[in-house]
Design a protein around this ligand. Structure first.
Ligand SMILES: Cc1ncc(COP(=O)(O)O)c(C=O)c1O
Length: 382
């Protein structure tokens, strides 16, 4: 082994909780509500479109920032959705999923010892991406069940070293959304401390109860200093395609593309053509209603169980408090739950740098009604 020749860039990163819980679910033949992806297929038309474009010979490298038809389709979608104009040549880059957009954005701006403020519980790719680029993740811990940001407290973490602030709206794993007021406060602080913003908006189309998602793109003071990351995987039930994009103002995007050029160069060509064409159907307009129904189905099932559920405002997750049943640590309780009722979930503590003594689990409801029904019957046995 040649491990003595180099040091790990991520010495504290081990097997992910998602792999662990899914492996345990498989072993126990349990219902898997742990991983964040649908257990149903995408629109067959998407598959036909990829096949059509492959047969038509769209099989070579795409332009570095994405094919023009897709950049135009993205521009159109953002205009219809938010009445905002994006420049297709200077402000869009198509990426291999939001994860690559996030990594590339972090890598673009973070240098040795730069500080990045992350809101815990946080999506698992942020901190390793910061650390691998020599930065320091500064965590601000939210508390359940409301998981609201206290902006006075978070301001105490800001300083001249703060280079980037990562916000995820709607928020995985808590299912909360941030208001326009939250974003305006962030914009004011970003100007005061002069930092950039990475806004992870992969669940932008999953916002419930007639609320409207407020994007960093809509706040001019944020738009001018933000990388905003999106995922077609979440919007079209195609997480396995790893397709997404990043929007940023030209000076940021120019630097982003330099790294994109030498890490990915360009993204899957036939998938780009397929998505460009499919976007014309505007199916994203129906997504909130589709997932709200699933959230409500799960909430109804949980009502008759001792798990105390919080109705999520967005995403395809919700959290439950199990304190009425046990005061065990959440990781152990999640393992017990697989053994006891055959349902796999994710313990909230894994999304924290310094986990609070919380008794909450994350449940994914991007599942067929049949599976949610089965899980519901199991929860009632508790
Ligand atoms: C908050 C958040 N950001 C980013 C991603 C990754 O998106 P993609 O699959 O497009 O890389 C996920 C996926 O679970 C997510 O939950």
């Amino acid at each position: 082994m040649a491990t003595h020749i180099f040091s790990s860039k991520l010495p504290n990163t081990g097997k992910s909780i998602f792999s662990e819980m899914s492996a345990r679910a498989r072993e126990a033949n349990a219902i898997n509500l742990s991983q964040g992806f649908p257990n149903f297929d995408c629109d067959p038309q998407l598959v036909e479109l990829v096949s059509k474009h492959m047969k038509q010979g769209k099989n070579q490298y795409a332009p570095m920032a994405g094919i023009e038809a897709l950049r135009i389709a993205i521009q159109k979608k953002i205009y219809i959705h938010r009445n905002i104009s994006i420049d297709i040549d200077s402000e869009i880059c198509v990426t291999a999923g939001a994860t690559q957009a996030i990594y590339t954005a972090i890598s673009t701006v973070i240098q040795q010892n730069d500080e990045v403020i992350c809101i815990d519980p946080a999506y698992d790719s942020y901190k390793p991406s910061i650390i691998a680029n020599g930065g320091k993740a500064i965590s601000y811990a939210l508390k359940g069940p409301a998981y609201r940001i206290n902006w006075q407290d978070i301001e105490e973490l800001m300083s001249e070293q703060t280079k980037l602030f990562i916000i995820n709206n709607p928020h995985n794993p808590t299912g909360t959304t941030y208001s326009e007021q939250d974003l305006l406060t962030l914009a004011r602080l970003a100007e005061k401390y002069n930092f950039l913003v990475l806004s992870d908006e992969v669940y932008e189309h999953l916002v419930f109860d007639n609320e409207r998602h407020v994007s960093a793109l809509e706040i001019p003071e944020l738009r001018s200093r933000s990388f905003v990351c999106y995922s077609f995987g979440k919007t079209f039930h195609i997480t396995g395609w790893k397709m997404g994009y990043c929007i940023a103002p030209e000076p940021l995007m120019d630097e982003f593309k330099k790294l994109h050029q030498f890490t990915v160069f360009s993204v899957n060509t036939p998938a780009q053509y397929a998505i460009a064409e499919y976007l014309e159907k505007e199916t994203w307009k129906t997504l909130s209603a589709f997932f709200q129904k699933k959230r409500n189905t799960l909430l109804e099932h949980l009502e008759d169980s001792p798990l105390q559920a919080t109705a999520s405002e967005g995403t395809y997750f919700l959290t439950v408090d199990y304190s009425a049943l046990s005061d065990k640590k959440d990781h152990q309780f999640a393992i017990d739950l697989i053994q006891k009722i055959g349902v796999a979930t994710i313990p909230i503590s894994v999304f924290y740098e310094n986990p609070p003594n919380d008794t909450r689990l994350r449940i994914c409801f991007a599942k067929t009604d049949e599976l949610l029904e089965k899980a519901g019957a199991q929860f009632k046995k508790l």
